[in-house]
Design a protein around this ligand. Structure first.
Ligand SMILES: [Zn+2]
Length: 440
């Protein structure tokens, strides 16, 4: 027995050099770049370089067991045609065959909160026709753990504390926007696959720059700031308005933003920039800001459509403005003016619980509408979209029960509950349920 044990120790020694194995591979493609994220069982030791004729990116991971990286296949990526792996100097060499002369960047991310150590491979260069972010199916080592995180929405009630915002007819902006924001947050909390955070949940003053910071710290995918307007010069002016950051001036704003080292440090947890010099950082941030603004605009249009259903829209198209809370290169952001307190009917509407609920529902629908079409990778919403052919939304009518609805669509009650993240059999009138429809 002693000899056997000795034999085992000898055998194990060579593999100590391969401290890590490849666990999961994920990919995503936008108009600006392709990103492949490799997740390892431990921190990778790596180096990389580019080769041309033909264009290739070579990444050497010196402590990676090559057997775990044998079958990385990438489909549908316009920049990366394939990935080859081979063993090299006791580690693994990964060769990314590229379809053109793209810029590349490779950086490691430390494990955080249940997420493994990662190596992020960015292949950067504009490709026409990739209008939307899409996930690339990447087949990899057997049975990767499926990640299904929630999409995080940061809801920012404007003003607070010593800053009351606008007020008229006895209605104070900081109070009604807090009530509306809480309703929005609650709506997201009740939706499977989504989670909401509030930048303030009581009457307190928060600096403008601290608002996106809180959102970023919570890992928010989207930031929405809730306000009410006032225009006492013309008390007839009323209705909703939706604003995204103006691209004009965004670059100079960005420079200012970057000069603030606090922001630059913050970004380490937001946009993954890795170890890059200032110029590259600037280029990457510009790209990231373009993309955040593009997403903001798409979601903003959806929000406007929802507002048209529930009331009057003051500004017919999406407003572009330069609000401090919208200057987020790493987070799509919108500012919603829910109405004009200087208008009597708007002031009444905004302080009425039923109307507040309608506003919250419209904002919820606008934002989820965007994410249901474009779910970020590794989210429950993305998983649901990939794994279930399609789905319909069913509103609970009088006389409905879970078992009736389940039977109507040929599902078990349990499946319907799981699909909607329901803990109990109780459903209420007007509630909406998502029902999977088998692909035809
Ligand atoms: Zn305001």
């Amino acid at each position: 027995m002693r000899q056997l044990a000795f034999f085992w120790i000898l055998c194990a020694l060579p593999s100590l050099g391969w401290a890590i194995g490849l666990e999961t591979v994920r990919g995503s493609v936008t108009q600006d770049s392709s990103r492949v994220v490799l997740e390892f069982s431990g921190p990778p030791t790596f180096s990389y370089f580019d080769l041309d004729n033909p264009e290739r990116l070579v990444v050497d991971v010196r402590n990676l067991n090559p057997q775990t990286a044998e079958q990385i296949r990438i489909a549908n990526d316009s920049r990366i045609s394939r990935v080859r792996s081979s063993s090299r100097d006791g580690g693994t060499r990964l060769v990314f065959d590229l379809t053109g002369d793209y810029r590349t960047n490779v950086f490691a991310l430390d494990p955080t909160g249940g997420v493994a150590a990662r190596l992020v491979v960015d292949v950067i260069g504009y490709v026409a026709g990739e209008a939307q972010v899409r996930d690339v199916p990447v087949t990899d080592t057997p049975e990767p753990p499926v990640q299904k995180r929630d999409i995080v929405i940061a809801v920012d009630p404007g003003h607070g504390g010593k800053d009351p915002g606008a007020s008229s007819y006895g209605v104070v902006e900081k109070e009604v926007v807090l009530e509306i924001s809480k309703r929005i947050a609650r709506r997201f909390q009740n939706e499977p696959g989504y989670r909401a955070i509030l930048t303030r949940s009581d009457d307190r003053f928060i600096k403008l720059s601290d608002r996106p910071r809180k959102a970023r710290e919570a890992g928010a995918d989207f930031f929405v700031s809730i306000h009410a307007d006032s225009f006492p010069k013309n008390r007839n002016v009323r209705g909703f308005g939706v604003f995204a950051l103006s691209l004009r001036g965004a670059n100079s704003e960005l420079s200012k933003w970057l000069q603030n080292t606090e922001n630059a440090e913050d970004l380490a947890g937001g946009v993954d920039l890795g170890d890059v010099d200032d110029d590259t950082r600037q280029v990457l941030l510009n790209m990231s800001m373009d993309s955040a603004i593009r997403i903001s605009k798409q979601a903003g249009e959806g929000l406007l459509n929802e507002f048209r259903r529930v009331g009057r829209v003051h500004k017919k198209s999406l407003g572009l403005a330069n609000f401090v809370v919208l200057r987020n290169p790493d987070m799509p952001s919108l500012l919603v003016e829910t109405g004009f307190l200087s208008n009597r009917s708007d002031a009444e509407r905004l302080s009425n619980a039923r109307e507040q609920e309608k506003i919250a529902e419209a904002i919820f629908r606008g934002i989820t509408g965007y994410f249901e079409r474009n779910p970020p990778a590794n989210t429950y919403v993305a998983w649901r979209k990939q794994n279930i052919g399609s789905q319909v939304t069913v509103e609970v009518k009088r006389g409905d029960s879970l078992s009736l609805i389940a039977a109507r669509y040929g599902l078990s009650v349990q499946a319907l509950k799981e699909f909607n993240g329901l803990d109990s059999d109780v459903i209420r009138l007007g509630q909406t349920l998502e029902v999977p429809v088998a692909p035809r």
